[in-house]
Design a protein around this ligand. Sequence first.
Ligand code: PLP
Length: 418
Amino acid sequence: MQLSNNRYQLTNGVDPLALVEKYGTPLYVYDTAIIERQYKRLVESFSVSKLRINYACKANTNINILKVLKNLGAGLDAVSVQEVELGIMAGFAPQDITFTPNCVALDEINAALKHGVRINIDSISILEQFGMEHPDVPVGIRINPHIMAGGNDKISTGHVDSKFGISIHQLPHVFKVIETTGIRIDGLHMHTGSDILDANVFLIATDILMNAASNFKYLEYIDFGSGFKVPYKDGDIETDLEEVGERISERFNQFCKEYGRELTMVFEPGKFLVSQAGYFFVRANVVKPTPSTVFIGVDSGLNHLIRPMFYNSYHRIENISGPEGKPRIYTVVGYICETDTFGTNRKIANVEEGDILCMFNAGAYAFSMASNYNSRFRPAEVMVHGGKDYLIRKRETMQDILRNQVEANLEERLVEAG
Ligand SMILES: *Cc1c(COP(=O)(O)O)cnc(C)c1O
């Protein structure tokens, strides 16, 4: 979103305040031109003969976003059988969907297999069970290379204490399972976590994966996961994608030559593709000066955007209805009966009650992590595509709050008790 002539605008000059007027707040808006830009940038960064980008859809599971990514040529990375089913409904071919679950039972993997998707297995026990049942179905395995990466504990997944993947040190055990079950491993995968800053981390992990790969005979693909960092504020460091792309491609091409076959290079980003495409619009309910702080209380909270409270993540906040006001220092909080702070001591153009604030980087892990806590409705979602706006999720109503609640008949018991 750009500021010009003191007005914010989305791609093609779409006016965010007009969207707020039309659909109300709180409101998520996704600008598909940015998804497209990110997808192209990713594809252009790697120079290998076979490249596949699987969108990690847990970042944003609106079926319209899935369709946009499918039309760009992406595959899908699903972490639950429900995400697999959403992907199929969005029109992805089953072979373009990879099921990469963690700590699920064989039943769920079998359910995904029935849909014909690729399976990626994350523990030796499940590999053994799967191999006994389906020795003829090739699968990928998730390797934990044990490197520390990622912005914080909750999102770094590759380190030594992590629950994710099969330890690189347990490969001998994997080979034993292959021998006893006859299962074929057609892909190796790693996903070391989100927010990786350093190109070298990728390269060290790549080296570990390539070394492991030379021990497998039937590989078709190597999946390097994700973790590309996106900027959250001015001056933020971003993964140097072009550099990472060039160096990994070189290492990968050299490996394929030694291996004697062109493998597919796979990446599965979520945040990188959709984070910056999303904006979250809220209204300032109250401006509340206290002896120490000026709070802005908005018509949202941790029920709609939990990342600041859960991960300490930073979301830039701007006053888009009054961008020309004198900047002041505010702490922006939600209306939930807990301390739900979106941003502390932020410099924002003078806010009046009723002003519309925008939180940036709201396309990934935002709506998809929203809840009905405090019995509040989840926001509506709008997609801006080719200069037009589309409502892609209705605002909820009381019916949504009550759906699946069953009122027990307590009178019955009173009658029985006489
Ligand atoms: C969540 C997830 C991703 C995406 O991570 P981002 O940081 O959003 O890019 C990729 N692969 C797997 C297996 C995941 O669970």
